[in-house]
Design a protein around this ligand. Structure first.
Ligand code: SF4
Length: 323
Protein backbone atom coordinates (compact mmCIF):
# COMPACT_ATOMS: atom_id res chain seq x y z
CA UNK A 1 0.00 0.00 0.00
CA UNK A 2 1.24 3.43 -0.83
CA UNK A 3 2.23 5.78 1.92
CA UNK A 4 1.58 9.48 1.83
CA UNK A 5 4.58 11.75 1.42
CA UNK A 6 4.34 15.32 2.63
CA UNK A 7 5.30 17.91 0.04
CA UNK A 8 7.86 20.44 1.22
CA UNK A 9 6.34 23.93 1.50
CA UNK A 10 7.45 26.02 -1.47
CA UNK A 11 6.08 28.08 -4.28
CA UNK A 12 4.59 26.01 -7.09
CA UNK A 13 6.62 25.66 -10.26
CA UNK A 14 4.90 27.81 -12.90
CA UNK A 15 2.56 25.89 -15.14
CA UNK A 16 2.92 26.83 -18.85
CA UNK A 17 -0.88 27.05 -19.12
CA UNK A 18 -0.97 29.77 -16.48
CA UNK A 19 0.92 32.13 -18.80
CA UNK A 20 -1.75 31.87 -21.48
CA UNK A 21 -4.49 34.49 -21.53
CA UNK A 22 -8.00 33.18 -21.14
CA UNK A 23 -9.98 33.02 -24.39
CA UNK A 24 -13.75 32.76 -24.08
CA UNK A 25 -15.61 31.56 -27.17
CA UNK A 26 -19.36 31.81 -27.40
CA UNK A 27 -21.05 29.00 -29.30
CA UNK A 28 -24.73 28.44 -29.88
CA UNK A 29 -25.91 25.37 -27.99
CA UNK A 30 -27.58 22.83 -30.29
CA UNK A 31 -28.44 20.17 -27.73
CA UNK A 32 -28.13 20.40 -23.97
CA UNK A 33 -29.34 17.10 -22.52
CA UNK A 34 -26.75 14.43 -23.34
CA UNK A 35 -27.71 10.80 -22.99
CA UNK A 36 -24.86 9.11 -21.18
CA UNK A 37 -23.24 5.93 -22.32
CA UNK A 38 -22.42 3.12 -19.92
CA UNK A 39 -18.99 3.50 -18.40
CA UNK A 40 -16.67 0.50 -18.25
CA UNK A 41 -14.05 -0.02 -15.55
CA UNK A 42 -11.12 -2.30 -16.14
CA UNK A 43 -12.08 -5.95 -15.57
CA UNK A 44 -15.65 -5.10 -14.68
CA UNK A 45 -19.03 -4.89 -16.30
CA UNK A 46 -20.24 -1.63 -17.77
CA UNK A 47 -22.17 0.54 -15.34
CA UNK A 48 -24.58 3.34 -16.08
CA UNK A 49 -23.65 6.16 -13.70
CA UNK A 50 -26.36 8.49 -14.94
CA UNK A 51 -28.94 8.69 -17.68
CA UNK A 52 -28.58 12.33 -18.66
CA UNK A 53 -25.81 14.85 -18.27
CA UNK A 54 -25.46 18.56 -18.94
CA UNK A 55 -22.21 20.44 -19.40
CA UNK A 56 -22.81 24.19 -19.67
CA UNK A 57 -19.28 24.89 -20.92
CA UNK A 58 -16.52 23.16 -22.83
CA UNK A 59 -13.10 23.28 -21.19
CA UNK A 60 -12.47 24.10 -17.55
CA UNK A 61 -10.53 26.99 -16.06
CA UNK A 62 -9.90 25.07 -12.86
CA UNK A 63 -7.12 23.21 -14.62
CA UNK A 64 -6.87 20.14 -12.37
CA UNK A 65 -3.77 18.21 -13.40
CA UNK A 66 -5.54 14.85 -13.34
CA UNK A 67 -8.80 15.93 -15.00
CA UNK A 68 -10.32 13.08 -17.00
CA UNK A 69 -12.40 15.57 -18.99
CA UNK A 70 -9.34 16.99 -20.73
CA UNK A 71 -9.85 14.43 -23.45
CA UNK A 72 -13.14 16.08 -24.44
CA UNK A 73 -11.21 19.03 -25.89
CA UNK A 74 -9.30 16.78 -28.27
CA UNK A 75 -12.61 16.04 -30.02
CA UNK A 76 -12.55 19.65 -31.21
CA UNK A 77 -9.01 19.81 -32.58
CA UNK A 78 -7.64 21.31 -29.40
CA UNK A 79 -5.25 19.82 -26.92
CA UNK A 80 -6.19 18.53 -23.51
CA UNK A 81 -3.42 20.52 -21.83
CA UNK A 82 -3.31 24.33 -21.93
CA UNK A 83 -6.15 24.59 -24.49
CA UNK A 84 -8.52 22.77 -22.12
CA UNK A 85 -7.81 25.31 -19.37
CA UNK A 86 -7.57 28.51 -21.41
CA UNK A 87 -9.92 28.07 -24.40
CA UNK A 88 -13.35 28.02 -22.80
CA UNK A 89 -16.52 27.60 -24.82
CA UNK A 90 -19.72 29.09 -23.44
CA UNK A 91 -22.91 27.37 -24.62
CA UNK A 92 -25.05 30.42 -25.25
CA UNK A 93 -28.80 29.87 -25.36
CA UNK A 94 -28.48 26.60 -23.43
CA UNK A 95 -31.47 27.37 -21.20
CA UNK A 96 -33.76 28.00 -24.20
CA UNK A 97 -32.66 24.80 -25.93
CA UNK A 98 -33.12 22.85 -22.73
CA UNK A 99 -36.62 24.29 -22.34
CA UNK A 100 -37.50 22.90 -25.78
CA UNK A 101 -35.96 19.53 -24.96
CA UNK A 102 -37.90 19.35 -21.70
CA UNK A 103 -41.10 20.34 -23.47
CA UNK A 104 -40.58 17.47 -25.88
CA UNK A 105 -40.46 15.15 -22.89
CA UNK A 106 -43.47 16.90 -21.33
CA UNK A 107 -44.58 13.77 -19.57
CA UNK A 108 -42.03 11.15 -18.90
CA UNK A 109 -40.16 9.16 -16.34
CA UNK A 110 -36.81 10.33 -15.12
CA UNK A 111 -35.05 7.05 -14.49
CA UNK A 112 -32.05 8.81 -12.99
CA UNK A 113 -31.08 12.35 -12.03
CA UNK A 114 -29.74 14.79 -14.60
CA UNK A 115 -26.08 15.22 -13.68
CA UNK A 116 -24.61 18.69 -14.27
CA UNK A 117 -20.83 18.80 -14.54
CA UNK A 118 -19.64 15.44 -15.83
CA UNK A 119 -17.04 16.98 -18.19
CA UNK A 120 -16.60 20.52 -16.89
CA UNK A 121 -17.13 22.37 -13.65
CA UNK A 122 -20.46 24.18 -14.01
CA UNK A 123 -19.27 26.80 -11.49
CA UNK A 124 -15.89 27.57 -13.02
CA UNK A 125 -15.15 31.33 -12.90
CA UNK A 126 -16.80 32.23 -16.25
CA UNK A 127 -20.14 31.18 -14.76
CA UNK A 128 -19.95 34.30 -12.59
CA UNK A 129 -20.65 36.47 -15.63
CA UNK A 130 -22.35 34.07 -18.09
CA UNK A 131 -24.73 32.33 -15.67
CA UNK A 132 -25.39 29.48 -18.07
CA UNK A 133 -25.61 26.99 -15.19
CA UNK A 134 -28.10 29.17 -13.35
CA UNK A 135 -30.30 29.35 -16.47
CA UNK A 136 -30.19 25.58 -16.83
CA UNK A 137 -31.14 25.08 -13.19
CA UNK A 138 -34.13 27.39 -13.64
CA UNK A 139 -35.42 25.17 -16.45
CA UNK A 140 -34.84 21.97 -14.49
CA UNK A 141 -36.63 23.49 -11.51
CA UNK A 142 -39.67 24.31 -13.65
CA UNK A 143 -39.61 20.84 -15.18
CA UNK A 144 -39.27 19.28 -11.73
CA UNK A 145 -36.42 17.16 -12.95
CA UNK A 146 -34.12 15.38 -10.48
CA UNK A 147 -30.72 17.06 -10.35
CA UNK A 148 -27.21 16.25 -9.24
CA UNK A 149 -24.29 18.67 -9.46
CA UNK A 150 -20.57 18.00 -9.25
CA UNK A 151 -18.35 20.99 -8.49
CA UNK A 152 -15.21 22.19 -6.79
CA UNK A 153 -16.29 25.80 -6.74
CA UNK A 154 -17.95 27.62 -3.87
CA UNK A 155 -19.94 29.68 -6.41
CA UNK A 156 -22.55 26.92 -6.12
CA UNK A 157 -23.73 28.70 -2.95
CA UNK A 158 -25.09 31.47 -5.18
CA UNK A 159 -27.75 29.03 -6.42
CA UNK A 160 -28.71 27.68 -3.00
CA UNK A 161 -32.20 29.18 -3.42
CA UNK A 162 -32.89 27.29 -6.65
CA UNK A 163 -31.31 24.08 -5.44
CA UNK A 164 -33.32 24.16 -2.23
CA UNK A 165 -36.50 24.55 -4.23
CA UNK A 166 -35.57 21.66 -6.50
CA UNK A 167 -34.87 19.60 -3.37
CA UNK A 168 -38.32 20.39 -2.00
CA UNK A 169 -40.00 18.81 -5.04
CA UNK A 170 -37.57 16.18 -6.27
CA UNK A 171 -34.19 14.57 -5.83
CA UNK A 172 -31.33 17.06 -5.55
CA UNK A 173 -27.73 16.38 -4.55
CA UNK A 174 -24.62 18.53 -4.70
CA UNK A 175 -21.27 16.75 -4.68
CA UNK A 176 -18.45 19.07 -3.60
CA UNK A 177 -15.22 17.54 -4.81
CA UNK A 178 -12.26 17.76 -2.42
CA UNK A 179 -9.07 15.77 -2.95
CA UNK A 180 -6.97 16.92 0.00
CA UNK A 181 -7.01 19.20 3.04
CA UNK A 182 -3.47 20.30 2.18
CA UNK A 183 -4.08 23.77 0.73
CA UNK A 184 -0.63 23.97 -0.84
CA UNK A 185 -1.01 20.67 -2.65
CA UNK A 186 -4.54 21.60 -3.73
CA UNK A 187 -3.23 24.88 -5.18
CA UNK A 188 -0.70 22.98 -7.25
CA UNK A 189 -3.02 20.21 -8.34
CA UNK A 190 -6.19 22.25 -8.91
CA UNK A 191 -4.78 25.73 -9.50
CA UNK A 192 -7.93 27.79 -10.03
CA UNK A 193 -10.18 26.18 -7.44
CA UNK A 194 -11.12 27.57 -4.01
CA UNK A 195 -9.09 26.20 -1.07
CA UNK A 196 -10.33 22.97 0.54
CA UNK A 197 -11.60 24.65 3.71
CA UNK A 198 -13.75 27.05 1.69
CA UNK A 199 -15.22 24.10 -0.19
CA UNK A 200 -16.04 22.44 3.13
CA UNK A 201 -17.67 25.67 4.29
CA UNK A 202 -19.79 25.58 1.12
CA UNK A 203 -21.06 22.12 2.08
CA UNK A 204 -22.15 23.45 5.45
CA UNK A 205 -23.84 26.48 3.88
CA UNK A 206 -25.75 24.43 1.32
CA UNK A 207 -27.00 22.01 3.95
CA UNK A 208 -28.06 24.94 6.16
CA UNK A 209 -30.13 26.21 3.21
CA UNK A 210 -31.87 22.87 2.75
CA UNK A 211 -29.73 21.62 -0.14
CA UNK A 212 -28.58 18.01 0.22
CA UNK A 213 -24.79 18.14 -0.10
CA UNK A 214 -21.87 15.83 0.46
CA UNK A 215 -18.19 15.50 -0.20
CA UNK A 216 -16.72 13.63 -3.14
CA UNK A 217 -13.24 12.61 -2.06
CA UNK A 218 -11.99 11.97 -5.55
CA UNK A 219 -9.75 11.28 -7.15
CA UNK A 220 -7.56 9.76 -4.47
CA UNK A 221 -3.99 10.00 -5.77
CA UNK A 222 -1.52 7.24 -4.94
CA UNK A 223 1.46 8.47 -2.86
CA UNK A 224 0.03 11.99 -2.83
CA UNK A 225 -3.31 12.01 -1.00
CA UNK A 226 -3.91 8.39 0.04
CA UNK A 227 -2.28 8.37 3.47
CA UNK A 228 -4.55 6.79 6.08
CA UNK A 229 -4.31 9.82 8.38
CA UNK A 230 -5.04 12.21 5.56
CA UNK A 231 -8.12 10.34 4.40
CA UNK A 232 -9.41 10.09 7.95
CA UNK A 233 -8.83 13.80 8.55
CA UNK A 234 -10.67 14.77 5.39
CA UNK A 235 -13.56 12.47 6.21
CA UNK A 236 -13.78 13.88 9.73
CA UNK A 237 -13.70 17.44 8.38
CA UNK A 238 -16.50 16.56 5.95
CA UNK A 239 -18.53 15.11 8.82
CA UNK A 240 -17.97 18.21 10.96
CA UNK A 241 -19.10 20.41 8.09
CA UNK A 242 -22.41 18.54 7.92
CA UNK A 243 -21.64 16.58 4.75
CA UNK A 244 -24.50 14.15 4.26
CA UNK A 245 -22.37 11.60 2.44
CA UNK A 246 -18.79 10.88 1.51
CA UNK A 247 -18.19 9.31 -1.87
CA UNK A 248 -14.73 8.42 -3.08
CA UNK A 249 -12.82 7.13 -6.06
CA UNK A 250 -9.28 6.38 -7.12
CA UNK A 251 -7.42 8.21 -9.85
CA UNK A 252 -8.06 7.02 -13.40
CA UNK A 253 -5.65 8.13 -16.11
CA UNK A 254 -6.99 7.81 -19.60
CA UNK A 255 -4.22 7.60 -22.22
CA UNK A 256 -5.17 11.09 -23.47
CA UNK A 257 -4.83 12.53 -19.96
CA UNK A 258 -1.77 10.59 -18.77
CA UNK A 259 0.82 12.86 -20.52
CA UNK A 260 -0.67 15.97 -18.90
CA UNK A 261 -0.59 14.43 -15.45
CA UNK A 262 2.91 13.01 -15.91
CA UNK A 263 4.11 16.47 -17.03
CA UNK A 264 2.63 17.91 -13.83
CA UNK A 265 4.38 15.22 -11.78
CA UNK A 266 7.66 15.92 -13.58
CA UNK A 267 7.36 19.56 -12.47
CA UNK A 268 6.07 18.98 -8.97
CA UNK A 269 7.08 15.49 -7.88
CA UNK A 270 9.67 14.05 -10.25
CA UNK A 271 10.37 11.32 -7.68
CA UNK A 272 6.93 9.83 -8.43
CA UNK A 273 7.07 9.76 -12.22
CA UNK A 274 8.46 6.23 -12.48
CA UNK A 275 5.98 4.83 -9.95
CA UNK A 276 3.02 6.32 -11.77
CA UNK A 277 4.35 5.24 -15.14
CA UNK A 278 4.61 1.72 -13.81
CA UNK A 279 1.16 1.65 -12.17
CA UNK A 280 -0.75 3.50 -14.84
CA UNK A 281 0.09 1.46 -17.90
CA UNK A 282 -3.67 1.17 -18.14
CA UNK A 283 -6.33 3.59 -17.06
CA UNK A 284 -6.74 2.17 -13.56
CA UNK A 285 -4.34 1.68 -10.67
CA UNK A 286 -3.72 -1.99 -9.81
CA UNK A 287 -6.84 -3.79 -8.64
CA UNK A 288 -5.37 -4.81 -5.27
CA UNK A 289 -4.69 -1.13 -4.50
CA UNK A 290 -8.19 -0.02 -5.49
CA UNK A 291 -9.73 -2.79 -3.42
CA UNK A 292 -7.67 -1.91 -0.35
CA UNK A 293 -8.52 1.76 -0.71
CA UNK A 294 -12.20 0.92 -1.18
CA UNK A 295 -12.15 -1.11 2.01
CA UNK A 296 -10.27 1.63 3.90
CA UNK A 297 -12.84 4.21 2.86
CA UNK A 298 -15.68 1.88 3.85
CA UNK A 299 -14.15 1.56 7.32
CA UNK A 300 -13.78 5.33 7.65
CA UNK A 301 -17.37 5.92 6.52
CA UNK A 302 -18.73 3.35 8.92
CA UNK A 303 -16.84 4.92 11.82
CA UNK A 304 -18.42 8.29 11.06
CA UNK A 305 -21.84 6.98 10.08
CA UNK A 306 -21.56 8.54 6.62
CA UNK A 307 -23.12 6.84 3.58
CA UNK A 308 -21.21 6.72 0.29
CA UNK A 309 -23.74 8.81 -1.60
CA UNK A 310 -27.05 10.63 -1.41
CA UNK A 311 -30.28 8.70 -0.82
CA UNK A 312 -31.14 6.50 -3.80
CA UNK A 313 -33.25 8.24 -6.39
CA UNK A 314 -36.72 6.79 -6.90
CA UNK A 315 -37.73 7.09 -10.58
CA UNK A 316 -40.63 9.45 -10.99
CA UNK A 317 -43.06 10.33 -13.72
CA UNK A 318 -43.36 14.07 -13.96
CA UNK A 319 -46.01 16.07 -15.72
CA UNK A 320 -44.82 19.53 -16.61
CA UNK A 321 -47.64 21.98 -16.58
CA UNK A 322 -45.92 25.23 -15.85
CA UNK A 323 -44.75 26.22 -19.35
S1 SF4 B 1 -12.94 21.05 -11.78
FE1 SF4 B 1 -13.50 19.09 -12.65
S2 SF4 B 1 -13.82 19.47 -14.82
FE2 SF4 B 1 -12.68 21.22 -14.01
S3 SF4 B 1 -10.54 20.74 -14.38
FE3 SF4 B 1 -11.05 20.05 -12.31
S4 SF4 B 1 -11.63 17.90 -12.52
FE4 SF4 B 1 -11.71 18.84 -14.57
Amino acid sequence: MATNTQLPAREPVPDPAAARPLAVHVIQAKAVLNRMRPFRQQNSAAVQIAEWSINPYRGCQHGCAYCYARRTHTDFDMNGAADFEREIFVKAGAAEILRQELRARRRGTWHAPVVIGTAVDPYQPVEGSWRVTRGILEELRIARAPVQIITKNTMVMRDADLLAEIARHNHCAVFISITTLDADLARRLEPATPPPLKRLAAVRTLVAHGVPAGVMLAPILPWLTDGRGELEALALAAHRHQAQWLSSGTLRLHPDVRPVFLAWLARERPDLVDRYTDWYRWTEAPAYYRERLHSRMATIRTALGLPDGPPAYEPQTVQMTLF
